[in-house]
Design a protein around this ligand. Structure first.
Ligand code: C2E
Ligand code: MG
Ligand code: MG
Ligand code: MG
Length: 285
């Protein structure tokens, strides 16, 4: 709020605020319209076993197929959608679409077909209807629950750690798997972490980027991956881009990776080609 500069500057400040609020509102309206027009699509990024290079699973990553702008990345609309119920609607679409796709792959390639990880934002994670929504998606698509991995960021989980435990157990009861995402960027309480029913720990890309640059970065990855294993989780490194990072991660005991080194997130047809290549031809259903 402008103080001593008088009425004129106060008005300018106020007008700027108004313009920004208006822009924000316009963007919200655009996203809402996109939801109604079903302009969102799901891309899939492979997760890979570091020892063998085998395809382990996919992470579903939403994109906005904008009629004029082309493919728009989630960084541009997820934070906006997160401010309202829009995120719940987008989230439900991604969940249903991913389950439907994972079911197709299961039917085609059997129980070893890649599982699919779906991101849940903080607001979705807090939604009291979440377990019902996930349960409905599984039921409607007929997907085996263990082929679905829900990715919840460390910060969303630790934000209200007290109620997160109950929420996670409610989800686990459906038979799905759960990953703690972007690990190392939030503030984990180890006391809680120990009691959360988690299946996978995803080490944030920022630590992987530091590998080989800073010896402390290496020590952190080694420590986090032992912590994950001690708590009986699979450990995945995010954002692997180089051969050197891959070699180091293997040495540090990480078993899974994801990153541009193998592949960017792929449109569904290209993800299918990748599965077909790694599984050979379909096993006849
Ligand atoms: P995330 O869940 O941590 O996803 C990983 C992000 O890292 C993705 O960005 C992916 O494309 C990017 N990435 C993967 N490998 C590399 C690499 O080697 N180098 C670099 N520089 N980046 C890499 P993307 O697709 O832009 O998604 C960003 C974030 O948006 C996601 O972070 C997730 O938090 C959110 N998001 C994406 N899809 C959804 C969704 O369906 N629902 C919700 N709630 N959030 C989503
Ligand atoms: Mg994720
Ligand atoms: Mg992540
Ligand atoms: Mg991340």
């Amino acid at each position: 709020r402008a103080k001593s500069n008088g009425a004129a500057s106060y008005e300018i400040f106020d007008a700027a605020m108004g313009a920004q609020a208006l822009l924000q509102l316009e963007k919200q309206t655009d996203v809402r319209r996109a939801v109604e027009r079903r302009e969102f699509v799901v891309f899939y990024q492979p997760k890979v076993e570091l020892s063998s290079g085998a395809l382990h699973g996919f992470e579903a990553l939403v994109r906005w197929a904008h009629p004029e702008r082309g493919i728009v990345s989630p960084g541009e609309f997820i934070p906006l959608a997160e401010e309202s119920d829009l995120i719940v609607r987008i989230g439900r679409f991604v969940l249903e679409e991913s389950c439907r796709q994972a079911k197709v792959w299961r039917d085609r390639y059997g129980a070893h077909a890649p599982a699919v990880g779906v991101n849940l934002s903080a607001r979705q994670f807090r939604d009291p209807n979440l377990a019902r929504i996930v349960g409905a998606a599984l039921e409607e698509t007929g997907l085996d629950p263990n082929a679905l991995l829900l990715e919840v960021t460390e910060s969303a989980m630790m934000d209200d750690a007290e109620s997160s435990g109950a929420r996670l157990r409610e989800l686990k009861a459906l038979g799905v798997r759960i990953a703690i995402d972007d690990f190392g960027t939030g503030y984990s309480s180890l006391a809680y972490l120990q009691h959360f029913p988690l299946d996978m720990l995803k080490i944030d890309r920022s630590f992987v980027t530091e590998l080989g640059r800073d010896p402390k970065g290496t020590a952190i990855i080694e420590a986090v991956s032992s912590l994950g294993h001690l708590l009986e989780m699979q450990v995945l490194a995010e954002g692997v881009e180089t051969t050197d990072q891959l070699a180091r991660l293997r040495d540090l005991g990480c078993e899974l990776g994801q990153g541009y080194y193998w592949s960017r997130p792929l449109p569904q047809e290209e993800a299918e080609e990748l599965i077909a290549k790694s599984f050979g031809t379909a096993n006849g259903g």
